[in-house]
Design a binder for this molecule. Sequence first.
Ligand code: SF4
Length: 703
Amino acid sequence: MQTEEAPASADTHCPYCALQCAMTLSAPDPEAGPHEAPLSVAGRFFPTNRGGLCKKGWTSPVVLGSPDRITEPMLRRDDGGFSPTTWETALDLIADRLIETRERHGPDSIGIFGGGGLTNEKAYLLGKFARVAVGTSRIDYNGRFCMSSAAAATTRAFGLDRGLPFPVADLDSARSILILGSNMADTMPPILSHLAGARSAGGLIIVDPRRSSTAKLTEDGAGIHLQPAPGTDLQLLLGITHVVLAEGLHDRDYLAERTSGLAELQRSVAQWWPERVQSVTGVPAWQIRQVARRLAEPGGTYILTGRGVEQHVNGTDTATAAINLSLALGLPGRSDSGYGTVTGQGNGQGGREHGQKCDQLPGYRKITDPDARRHVAGVWGVDPDSLPGPGLPAVELLASLGEPGGVRCLLVHASNVVVSAPNAGSVIAGLKRLDLLVVCDFFLSETAALADVVLPVTQWAEEEGTMTNLEGRVIRRRLAIQPPPGVRTELWIIAELARRLGSDAAFDTDPAVVFDELARASAGGPADYSGLSHEILDAGRPAYWPFPAGSRGTPRLFAESFAHPDGRARIVAVQVEAPAERPAGPGELTLITGRLLEHYQSGAQTRRVPELTLAQPEAMLQIHPSTAAEYGIADGDRVELSNARGTVLVRAMTTTDVRTDTVFLPFHFPGEESANLLTLDATDPTSSMPEFKTAVVRLRPRL
Ligand code: SF4
């Protein structure tokens, strides 16, 4: 339970994306008239946002006072509705059902699904709860849908996965920045101030099949927009790398001293000359050469990837190809250059470091590593052999719901899988097959609406904790307002359930104490937090991990060596494989999905902010005017998009920003507008990342 008094004002960070913009929350001025929100917000200077916030951040306190807020546990009635109940009754019921299921079907019949929005403390305790109190291996989280391909690629290449291995402010001095598959002008606008230097030098290069808000920043001489056909980013990267090597633009000394695998890279890109790449991607050969030459110019060059190129069945290989290009140019580990991936969710970085992933223990340790198991089991006070092995990654875990031998009871935290998971129709069917679905949320989200038990939890401004931003910097989240009576933190819920399940292990509810335990569990691991505490973070020390005891943290990684035992980065040659789904044929289009400025992820929070829903009330299908005319569709018409997985009904918005062979749909909306009814649950063989970005669809007007 939250016991601290709310202060008059609190310096904290935005609840949404991984930029984690700094803000100050305080009680609204009563003289200033009626308030929409229980707190007022002011942007606060921090090196990432420099005092700026986007629309989502400015309106974030509105969600705290939403009339939709759940403030009591709720139980499903026989007639399908919900009835409020006491915490005692709800937790007893859940524990009894879990114990019974575990006895009858084994611990792996219980699944836990976490989220990249959970604080580090919650993510850590959830992983411990799964493995110690429940004894299940079946834990994974929605970050599998976001960061897993980039994480797999950077681990493979550098031996370590920290999204940006340098502070965001390092981008300021770059002359050239290549951004692949990230629409940061909509998803995290304050970051744009860091692109100004590259834009004024004419060196902002955006790869996106859409003329997105970010791609438009390249206009008027500020840079170059490459618009490849959807699903051909890998070929484009192989083509740029081909030019770098063929024209001798690579950094020979760097490659010799700091990498291994150049010969394989040379062989793998040899067949991807620019004219061939043009025939596959549609990007002109001259532009491929222009970009390769620009990236090789002195003055600082960064290469950044985002979900647009990572959320594919070849996402790990595409991110690897971007890393290979950066290594060929000698960028990673240099003080003015580098490669990074732009993390999406608020705690997408910390959320993947402390044990929510099915194959990991805290500190980014592998669950299969005997030393890691011994260390973490020692901190937890349990026998290392009692810890389960690797579980199932998110898509497989969700596919097992209610199936023979699969998960029968599922606990969901900070995730709205009904809207955000691929092939959402089959996920909904799985959730309905469960014996027990428990959802912790602040609202009756689309997933909570299917639950047997809904537990109301605190929001970001109602709790203490830590997050780790896209730079690997650990920051404090602070209490600014007391939660409504009846609402509890996940730490309390986890502790109460662990006690009822008969666990002897400690499950503290004080975030500072949980953080100290997390820090001990992470000691010696790749993501080492052992030199950190809430107290140190409160003193305002920039805390980039690894931050072992006695250290000053690590703002820039790889300056001396990479994290592989020999200190070298691995160039892993990658090939073009068959796509998950055949290319669109006659009468078909390729659907790509993405985000809007006004909404965040499944929209469960931002769709409850009137100002944001007024601006973007519904999912609109972006379609080229000539394509629309071909299908007999006018701007604003209702249309039906369908494939074997599902059907979506939305209105059309004609725009020349999309290619004629492609349509775009935001994925923030539920029900008949839900883009993920159409996406594929085929996954990347290395990262288990699903294919979100390309799906073949049929389109027809809906009168
Ligand atoms: S949503 Fe992201 S960019 Fe917008 S204010 Fe919040 S942290 Fe900043």
